[in-house]
Design a protein around this ligand. Structure first.
Ligand code: SF4
Length: 665
């Protein structure tokens, strides 16, 4: 299986046993010394899962490099001990690990941040202090010191973070480097900071310590680097002593999606390929690589020497081991939703994973085999019922899963129908496999009754939600379609549509309505054209004029509240959904009062002015109500997921609640 992925790679005196690098992810655990035992267990599990080489979340070389207040940094000898917990755990499992040195520069969310410039970034409220030449040398010394301490902690190497718009990138790019001294202006001056860090670090740590440099290859911001500059810098880095070059795509302030689920798989491997023939050191490609076949195709085609997967290791720590043993149905695929990983980190919460709530909480989620097997009924095969029944059955209980519909997945099937969320179907396939593997008795097309449940030792009600029907005059009119009837394909919408509700489902439905064929996934070329990505990277930052892509219909998205539509969408993806609908010409109205629906369309009042939207259909996305009819207030009855709390398609809460109950009963 996947012969190119499993071909070892020798770097210096170390052999990486396969071509998969677990990319750096900030989990939140690296910020407190007391969490290092948990962090060690997190890495131990991924090492046991056969990741070839791993990179830790970013560790700052000093306080000015903090990502946020009190985030992880390594500057003093006494801090080394906690890192040894990680390296020991990883080495015991036979893997390799590098520590990422990340200086956030003007992205630092704190008042001590510094940069090549004194201009504030558009995504942080703190103005940076412009570094003097003396302080630049001090920063370089801190990088070197940090690498030496990492070596003392027995890391196999370090990754120097030179991309994503962080400090080193802020020196490299004319966008943020407005200096007129030896560290700004010409290309040689702007790259001096990066190259001095690499040269001095290599001199300090010797030849065998792995030095990975994360190079910003496609910046996706105005006034960023062009391909000629990227190649020139890659060659200079090779000369300066890096062992591996990793690919960086997009600055954090870029307004182009780079890792969200709508980015096609391996959507940026072409970027690494542009550099591949220019340098001899191994190149790692990255972004939206979530399946071993995707990794195999990239390496076999020669686009890169290795692949970086980060979030896929949250979704499944054993991803590489399972790929080697051959049954890929066993892999819990990362669906690129960002809902429990990046969205958590950006809200200062511990990272986890929607499809694997144990991620970053390894010491809390423990599934023990049962001593006495019970007969357990689970009602509803949505995400809560699926996670609960498969966890229960894996532990040794006898589980019967009742589902009224003809297929499993519940509301997740509706999410998977949205353009750009095609990956969601893999979670349903994964659970289909687990039901079979763990011997859950599945009863489809069977609406459970009280009588069905009377003989079970335990009953879990996971019967989900139904759409809420608002009390608007004319709600029974033929023009009205409930969102689940539309997304399931039972009903079709005409050319002029009003969507009532601008929450997550309203946005998804508007996205669904805006294309002719929602089931057709975008190709990489289509994606690049939509978002204005120059595939030659000849223009600075790799940006060109985005392709106009008007919606296939006239769409109005309406909400009763006067707040910004989509306010509750995920931190890292909300802006993409808002921008996408804006580009497609979807009209949004807020502060809307719904008066009635009749043959003429939807009658509304906005700012006390009545108007009629002449639409063919009105799609209702006005929330949900819980289905809890079968729940009884008895000790052996349990209620989870949407049946417990109706909220917008909250699969994250549903899977977590189902898994925890499954581990407890
Ligand atoms: Fe992937 Fe979503 Fe899990 Fe993040 S939360 S690791 S994007 S599946």
């Amino acid at each position: 299986n996947y012969p190119h992925v499993f071909e070892p790679l020798t770097v210096g005196n170390k052999t990486i046993k396969n071509r998969v690098l677990m990319g750096s992810m900030h989990t939140g655990l690296e910020d407190r010394a007391k969490n290092y035992p948990k962090l060690a267990e997190y890495f131990r599990q991924r090492a046991a899962g056969e990741a070839g080489i791993m990179v830790t979340g970013g560790i700052a070389p000093n306080i000015s490099g903090w990502v946020g207040p009190f985030s992880g940094f390594l500057k003093y000898g006494f801090q080394v001990k906690r890192h040894r917990l990680i390296t020991e755990a990883v080495h015991q499992e036979g893997s390799l690990i590098c520590m990422q040195i990340l200086h956030s520069g003007r992205y630092g969310y704190h008042p001590f941040n510094v940069s090549a410039t004194d201009k504030q970034s558009p995504i942080t409220p703190f103005k940076p202090k412009k570094l003097s030449e003396r302080k630049i040398h001090k920063q370089i010394r801190d990088f070197v010191n940090c690498a030496k301490l990492a070596q003392k902690a027995n890391y196999d190497g370090v990754e120097i973070m030179g991309s994503e718009g962080y400090l080193i990138n802020q020196f490299i790019s004319p966008r943020t480097n407005d200096r007129d001294d030896d560290w700004g202006g010409s290309f040689d001056n702007r790259t001096r900071f990066a190259l001095e860090i690499v040269r001095q670090t290599r001199a300090a740590v010797g030849q065998d310590f792995i030095l990975i440099f994360r190079l910003s290859m496609l910046e996706l911001v105005n006034n960023g680097s062009s391909i000629d500059e990227v190649i020139k810098l890659a060659k200079a880095l090779e000369q300066a002593g890096v062992s591996i070059i990793n690919t960086g795509i997009g600055w954090h302030e870029a307004r182009v999606p780079t890792i969200a689920t709508m980015v096609p798989r391996a959507g940026f491997a072409w970027v690494t390929e542009l550099i591949k023939k220019e340098v001899k050191v191994p190149l790692v490609t990255t972004n939206r690589i979530n399946h071993p076949q995707v990794a195999e195709d990239i390496i076999a085609s020669g686009k890169a020497d290795m692949v970086s997967m980060a979030r896929p290791f949250l979704a499944d720590p054993d991803l590489v081991k399972k790929s080697r043993s051959g049954d890929v149905r066993d892999i819990n695929i990362c669906i690129g939703c960002n809902q429990a990983c990046l969205d958590h980190v950006f809200k200062n919460k511990m990272a986890s994973c929607l499809v694997n709530p144990a991620a970053c909480h390894e010491t809390e989620f423990i599934s023990q085999p049962v001593k006495t097997s019970k007969n357990i009924a689970v009602v509803g095969a949505g995400m809560a019922g699926l996670s609960c029944s498969t966890t229960l059955a894996e532990r040794g209980h006898q589980v019967t899963l009742f589902e009224a519909a003809a297929q499993i997945g519940g509301q997740f099937n509706l999410a998977a129908a949205i353009p750009g969320k095609e990956e969601f179907v893999h979670t349903i396939s994964y659970f289909t496999h687990l039901l079979d593997k763990h011997g859950v008795k599945l009863k489809l097309n069977h609406k459970a009754t009280e009588a069905d449940l009377s003989d079970f030792d335990e009953v879990v009600i996971a019967s989900g939600v139904t759409p809420r029907v608002p009390g608007i005059e004319g709600i029974d009119h033929d023009k009205v379609i409930l969102y689940h009837d539309l997304l399931s394909g039972r009903k079709k919408a005409g050319k002029k549509v009003a969507v009532i509700g601008a929450g997550g489902i309203g946005f998804d439905v508007s996205e669904y309505l805006s294309v002719d064929d929602p089931s057709k996934a975008q190709t990489i070329d289509e994606f690049c054209a939509e978002w204005g990505i120059d595939q030659s990277i000849e223009s600075p930052g790799g940006l060109i004029k985005a392709h106009d892509d008007p919606a296939a219909r006239d769409i109005y998205m309406l909400q009763r509240k006067t707040s910004k539509p989509g306010k509750g969408l995920g931190k890292t993806t909300g802006w993409i959904h808002r921008l996408s609908l804006k580009k497609k010409g979807v009209k949004t109205l807020t502060g809307v009062q719904y008066d009635k629906i009749d043959d003429r369309g939807l009658h509304i009042t906005v700012k006390e002015k009545p108007q009629i939207l002449d639409v063919d259909h009105v799609i209702i996305c006005a929330g949900q109500v819980s289905n809890k009819a079968l729940y009884q207030d008895r000790d052996n009855y349990h209620i989870i997921g949407g049946a417990d709390l109706a909220a917008e398609l909250d699969a994250k809460r549903a899977i977590k609640q189902g898994t925890l109950l499954g581990q407890k009963l």
